[in-house]
Design a protein around this ligand. Structure first.
Ligand code: ADP
Ligand code: 5GP
Length: 192
C-alpha cells in the first residue's frame, strides 16, 4: 500500500524571474477549475501583494509554529526567507473539486513529487532562454535589491540543473508560445 496522497496537483517550478507567476496567472484566468494554492512566507509583501492572496505573510514565530504543528506539506528557505505549502490549502482545493496550482521553487517541488502519486501530479519546469535574459527580467521587475537579485541568480544556476527532474520543461522565450505549451500539457493532464 502506498501512503502517498490522492488528488491532482499541478506544480509550476522555475528559477525566480523565469516567468512562472506570469504563466500561472494566465492559466488561472483561463481555467476556472485550476486554483492557486496560496503559500505561507516570512518575506515581506511586495507592493500590490495582499495577505491571503499571493501569500499568507507570517512572522518568523508564526511560521515556526506551523512547522512544529506539521502544517506544511513542504517548506524551504529561499533567499533569506521561508516559504511553505500548507497541507490545508491543498486539501481544501482538492476536496472542493479544483486542481491546486503550486508555484514553488525547485527543492520544494522535488519534495512534493516524492509525496504524491505520479498519476496525481504534474510538474512543469519553466526555463529562461538564458541567464542574461533571466537577470534582465528580474532587474526589470524591480522587486529585488542588488543583494537579493544576485542571491536569486546564484540559486538559479543550481536550479537549472534540475530541469530534467520534472515531467516537462518549457522555455519561456516568447510568452504566448510558452503559455500555449504549458496550457496544453496541463489540460491534457486534468482531462485524463
Ligand atoms: P517568476 O514568477 O518566475 O519569478 P515572473 O512571472 O514574475 O517570474 O516574471 C519575471 C518578469 O519577467 C516579470 O516582470 C514578467 O512580466 C516578465 N516576463 C515573464 N515572461 C516573459 C516573457 N516571455 N518575455 C518577457 N518578459 C517576461
Ligand atoms: P518570491 O519571493 O519571488 O515570491 O518567491 C521566491 C521563490 O519561492 C519562488 O521560486 C517561488 O516559487 C518560491 N515559493 C513560493 N511559495 C513556495 C512554497 O510554498 N514552497 C516552496 N518550496 N517555494 C515557494
Amino acid at each position: 500500500m502506498s501512503n502517498k496522497k490522492a488528488g491532482k496537483i499541478i506544480v509550476i517550478v522555475a528559477p525566480s524571474g523565469a516567468g512562472k507567476t506570469t504563466i500561472a496567472r494566465k492559466l488561472l484566468a483561463d481555467n476556472p477549475k485550476i486554483k492557486f494554492s496560496t503559500s505561507a512566507t516570512t518575506r515581506p509583501p511586495r507592493k500590490g501583494e495582499k495577505d491571503g492572496r499571493e501569500y499568507y505573510f507570517l512572522s518568523e514565530e508564526e511560521f515556526s509554529r506551523k512547522v512544529k504543528e506539521d502544517d506544511f506539506l513542504e517548506w524551504e528557505e529561499y533567499s533569506g526567507n521561508k516559504y511553505g505549502t500548507l497541507q490545508s490549502e491543498v486539501d481544501k482545493l482538492v476536496e472542493s473539486g479544483y486542481f491546486p496550482l503550486l508555484d514553488i521553487e525547485v527543492k520544494g517541488a522535488l519534495n512534493v513529487q516524492r509525496i504524491y502519486e505520479k498519476d496525481s501530479l504534474i510538474s512543469i519546469f519553466i526555463k529562461p532562454p538564458s541567464m542574461d535574459v533571466l537577470k534582465e527580467r528580474l532587474a526589470n521587475r524591480g522587486s529585488e535589491t542588488d543583494e537579493s537579485l544576485s542571491r536569486r541568480l546564484e540559486r538559479a544556476k543550481i536550479e537549472l540543473q534540475h530541469a530534467e527532474d520534472f515531467d516537462y520543461s518549457v522555455v519561456n522565450d516568447d510568452l504566448e508560445t510558452a503559455y500555449t505549451e504549458v496550457k496544453e500539457i496541463i489540460e491534457s493532464f486534468i482531462t485524463d
